[in-house]
Ligand binder design. Structure first.
Ligand SMILES: Nc1ncnc2c1ncn2[C@@H]1O[C@H](COP(=O)(O)OP(=O)(O)O)[C@@H](O)[C@H]1O
Ligand SMILES: [Mg+2]
Length: 137
């Protein structure tokens, strides 16, 4: 049997408040693994028109491609799937121009930082944990 859902009323109310603020918001939700971050966001998103984007650890290119698909679905404009962009930053600029006050949830954001810094499991030399350092996109 699935355990009962632990009440996240306060967190949901806070997300709701930020959602309705009318301004630009950047919310960072962090905490140890299996704490319930994804579940909280999915509950919040049930009643919202937002894009939920789960980052994959494969490559930045893969992530750009899958976010393009998400944006195409969200806007109903297939053109986004074929859009040529230099990276995620540029893609997000298009989204901001296309949709007024877009709501985008990026789950596992840390993977993007890893990929940008060149320290993803697939790109770093075998047996090392080093990264190039510096992350931006
Ligand atoms: N509020 C909650 N009450 C009960 N179980 C929860 C709650 N939030 C998450 N869980 C369960 O805990 C586990 C981890 O949740 P998840 O959202 O994936 O964590 P995180 O994203 O922080 O790693 C999942 O099995 C999920 O179903
Ligand atoms: Mg999660």
């Amino acid at each position: 049997m699935k355990p009962e859902f632990v009440d996240r009323g306060r967190e949901l109310a806070w997300l709701e408040e930020r959602f309705r603020s009318g301004g630009a918001e950047l919310l960072v939700i962090y905490g140890r693994r299996r704490l319930g971050k994804t579940e909280l966001l999915k509950r919040f998103l049930r009643s919202k028109r937002c894009i939920y984007f789960l980052v994959s650890r494969t490559s930045l290119r893969d992530n750009v491609e899958s976010l393009k698909k998400k944006i195409a679905e969200f806007t109903g404009k297939r053109l986004y799937e074929r859009l040529q962009v230099r990276g995620l930053g540029e893609l997000l600029t298009y989204l901001a121009e296309e949709v007024e006050r877009p709501c985008l949830v990026i789950d596992e954001f840390g993977y993007l930082v890893e990929l940008t810094a060149g320290c993803s499991p697939t790109s770093r030399p075998r047996g090392t944990r080093s990264c190039r350092g510096g992350a931006s996109f």
